[in-house]
Ligand binder design. Structure first.
Ligand SMILES: C[S@@+](CC[C@H](N)C(=O)[O-])C[C@H]1O[C@@H](n2cnc3c(N)ncnc32)[C@H](O)[C@@H]1O
Length: 269
């Protein structure tokens, strides 16, 4: 199984990523850019992908390091950055590294993990190792924003295993492929809190040839207080828990997101 949720294994995901409507239209970018403005440079984005959040942050005048394990996602990010003004490019550094153990040799005021990369870590050891690496890279009282989905109890109980679901609008890639995606939960390990998923890309090439591409990956779901305890073990104090990117308090909608703003504590417990 891939160590980066399949993003390092399959090049096609990086090619398609910026065109997928639920990714392209995620309402989180201004939340992260505002947090970056508030914290000031430099920022570390863990699991930066194709730069969906990183590039708007650099455009806003902040220095940002983007870390990702997938060479494919980073290649798309580099290509996108190449189309930005030089001043924006100069504010960005991209690093291929594993979020579980990295050493960048400099401290950051803010670390973010937008859109759930943390949930590709499937064990508590890996989660703590990642949080430990981030902790080492933050200035005293630096901030971590950890962005998870809030697991829906109903979905966990009733989602059929092995059946395709989800209707997404068709999208096109610049080379003329038309794509409709479907989703499938392939297995659910309730004790490990890990679900194996497939996202199926049904592609029609410009000459009419069909192709089926499958992104297979696993994700671990975390509950609110479990994540709070994990953050405390890693030396963070939770300041806010939000249910959405408009800073609605956790619990004001369900399931919503599970979005933590945490401060590096003076001393690790
Ligand atoms: C859903 S994408 C999110 C990308 C970006 N943050 C965004 O908001 O669009 C998940 C990203 O996490 C990265 N990732 C997964 N596991 C990783 C790991 N162990 N170390 C570094 N990056 C990882 C993947 O390569 C992928 O780019």
């Amino acid at each position: 199984m891939s160590s980066a949720g399949g993003y390092d294994e399959y090049a096609f995901i990086a090619e398609m990523y910026d065109h997928v409507a639920p990714y392209r239209d995620r309402p989180d970018v201004s939340f992260f850019v505002d947090a970056a403005r508030e914290a000031g440079s430099p920022i570390l984005e863990v699991g930066c992908g194709t730069g969906r959040v990183l590039i708007p942050t650099a455009r806003a005048g902040l220095e940002i390091v983007g870390l990702d394990l997938s060479p494919h996602m980073l290649a798309v990010c580099r290509e996108r950055l190449g189309r930005e003004p030089e001043a924006v490019q100069n504010r960005v550094q991209l690093v291929q590294a594993d979020m579980r153990h990295f050493e960048l040799g400099r401290p950051f005021k803010l670390a973010t993990i937008p859109f759930r990369p943390f949930q590709h870590l499937l064990t508590v050891e890996d989660e703590l190792s990642c949080l430990g690496s981030i902790h080492r890279h933050l200035v005293d009282e630096g901030t971590l924003i950890l962005d998870l989905f809030n697991p829906s109890l109903e979905t966990l109980v009733t989602r059929p295993i092995g059946e395709e679901y989800g209707d997404e609008p068709e999208f096109s890639t610049p080379d003329g492929r038309r794509v409709i995606r479907r989703h499938k939960a392939v297995a659910h390990d309730r004790s490990a809190q890990v679900t194996q998923f497939e996202i199926i890309y049904n592609v029609t090439h410009p000459d009419g040839r069909p192709e089926r591409l499958v992104h297979a990956f696993s994700m671990r779901y975390l509950f609110r207080f479990e994540a709070e305890h994990l953050l405390a073990r890693a030396g963070f104090e939770v300041e806010h828990v939000y249910a959405d990117y408009q800073k609605g308090a956790y619990g004001t909608r369900y399931p919503g997101e599970l979005l933590f703003v945490a401060r590096k504590a003076q001393e690790r417990r």
